[in-house]
Write a protein that binds this ligand. Structure first.
Ligand code: AMP
Ligand code: ZN
Length: 468
């Protein structure tokens, strides 16, 4: 079955097909974090959706080249650095580092490259791109010394967000990176230096200044992935003006060989009590907040991944608790399958019904359909294990299927080495006590392990430790 997705540009389901001559290779650009604070889990909803997409495409045999940018210079990062009285790079550095740690905790596959907007090579590309737009009459320098994109020069402006240009007066300008559709206007490509920018600024043919947010993504995306990119993702808030501006810049500065992007995909917002989770609204949780409250990265990933990416998802602690329960069921099932399979060398492939898991994801990442197959398979095979009807070869086949599912969902239990050192030490001490047949001591250590939140079970293969 082909992989189909809803293309925001055409508002219709389209099969993902690589470009002619590209084999099974696809390029994917995903707008990354603005590193002026810790990313919140709303941001991570977008990144987890993109990760699911990338993993499913990989399962379907595509080689995905993904680039994610880091926005490390914009209005917000500069404001933060100036308020803290430190250099921009020193201000953004810890947030970049934290982002990579969080991404790992949420099991996001790494991108091939994470270009940062302030890389000298990227700044040079942005300046070159603005130069081309100037030469071709798509950009002009205004009295405020900033350079703006002339939207009236690009008939395709508005095609992604379906913006009506009626009412827009040529020459109307907007300097800020974010604005509403109603305020459609020429947007800034290069922002002339002002005293509030402090030490932030680069020399350019138009004087000292800094790039606008939109040109950053356009230059980094085309610089690393070429003039036409297969898939470009982000949250719905990116559609306008950010992605609309990216199209305008790239299609006007390019060679006209093709569109800037072939498939646009956008995820809906993570909400909190009816409003978008946003730093500016102050209604956000970072991953760190949740880890501190005792939730795991795997549980947060589950909570973010299990609602269809285009459906609005409300963040609640009940939702996280439900994730914990669901993962507990999956873990217990997996343990049972491992025990049933024993050391059986032969694996019997599970029936076609299990393929429906991947076919559901082919259908615009229909995660509810896929999870329905997963839990139905769990129920059915548990029932057969209860009746002693599942052979070791069938259990082994089921485990191999589960490994494929893990490749896409990445919800497998944390590996045993992730046991806290203290628990690991107690487990070894308990093994020694059992070898010495010191049963009372062994039981005491089991209680100590339980007090730390872990359950130890004795199996024929030794002690098995799981999170309580
Ligand atoms: P930002 O750091 O604000 O540029 O956002 C980074 C990414 O997170 C973008 O793709 C946004 O569209 C996305 N995003 C921001 N807030 C949310 C939210 N509440 N739910 C889902 N995605 C979001
Ligand atoms: Zn972007």
């Amino acid at each position: 079955m082909p992989v189909q997705i809803l293309n925001t540009l055409t508002r219709s389901l389209e099969e993902i097909v690589p470009r002619v001559g590209e084999g099974r290779s696809l390029s994917l650009y995903t707008c990354g974090p603005t590193v002026y604070a810790h990313a919140h889990i709303g941001n991570f909803r977008a990144y987890v959706f993109e990760d699911l997409l990338q993993r499913h495409l990989r399962e379907r045999g595509f080689a995905v080249r993904r680039v994610m940018n880091l926005t490390d210079v914009d209005d917000k990062t500069i404001r933060g650095a100036v308020a803290s009285g430190i250099q921009l790079g020193d201000y953004t550095h810890p947030f970049k580092k934290a982002f990579f740690e969080d991404a790992e905790t949420l099991r996001l596959l790494p991108a091939e490259a994470y270009p940062a907007a302030t890389d000298p090579e990227q700044i040079a590309r942005m300046i070159a791109m603005i130069g081309t737009l100037m030469e071709r009459g798509h950009a002009y320098q205004a009295e405020d010394r900033s350079v703006y994109f002339r939207i009236a020069s690009f008939p395709g402006y508005g095609k992604l967000a379906r913006v009506d240009l009626e009412g827009q007066r040529p020459g109307q300008r907007v300097a800020s990176d974010e604005y509403e559709k109603e305020a459609v206007a020429d947007f800034a490509l290069w922002k002339a230096w002002v005293p509030e920018d402090g030490s932030v600024g680069w020399e350019s043919p138009w004087g000292k200044g800094r790039p606008g947010w939109h040109i950053e993504c356009s230059a980094m995306a085309t610089g690393l992935l070429g003039e036409t990119i297969d898939i470009h993702c982000g949250g719905v808030d990116n559609i306008f003006p950010h992605h609309e501006a990216e199209i305008a810049q790239c299609e006007c500065a390019g060679h006209g060989a093709g569109p800037f992007v072939r498939y646009w995909m956008h995820c809906a917002h993570l909400m909190v009590e009816g409003s978008k989770m946003a730093k500016s609204a102050g209604n956000f949780f970072t991953l760190r907040d949740l880890l501190q409250k005792g939730w795991t990265g795997r549980e947060v990933r589950y909570a973010l991944i299990t609602t269809h990416y285009r459906g609005s998802l409300n963040f609640t602690f009940e939702g996280l608790a439900a994730s914990r329960t669901a993962l507990g069921r999956l873990d217990a099932w997996r343990e049972r399958l491992i025990e049933s399979a024993g050391s059986e060398p032969i694996a019997e492939a599970p029936g076609d019904a299990t393929e429906v898991f991947f076919e559901a994801l082919d259908d615009d990442l229909n995660i509810s359909g896929a999870l329905a197959v997963l839990f139905e398979t769990l129920r059915e095979s548990n029932r057969r294990m209860d009746e002693g009807m599942l052979t070791p070869a069938q259990a082994k086949g089921m485990l191999l299927w589960l490994a494929r599912v893990d490749g896409v969902l990445a919800l497998e239990p944390d590996i045993a080495s992730a046991l806290p050192a203290e628990v690991e030490g107690l487990v070894s001490a308990r093994a020694a006590a059992r070898t010495a047949k010191e049963w009372k001591k062994s039981d005491e250590i089991r209680d100590q392990i339980a007090a730390l939140g872990w359950t130890v079970k004795d199996t024929k293969d030794g002690q098995k430790v799981t999170k309580s």
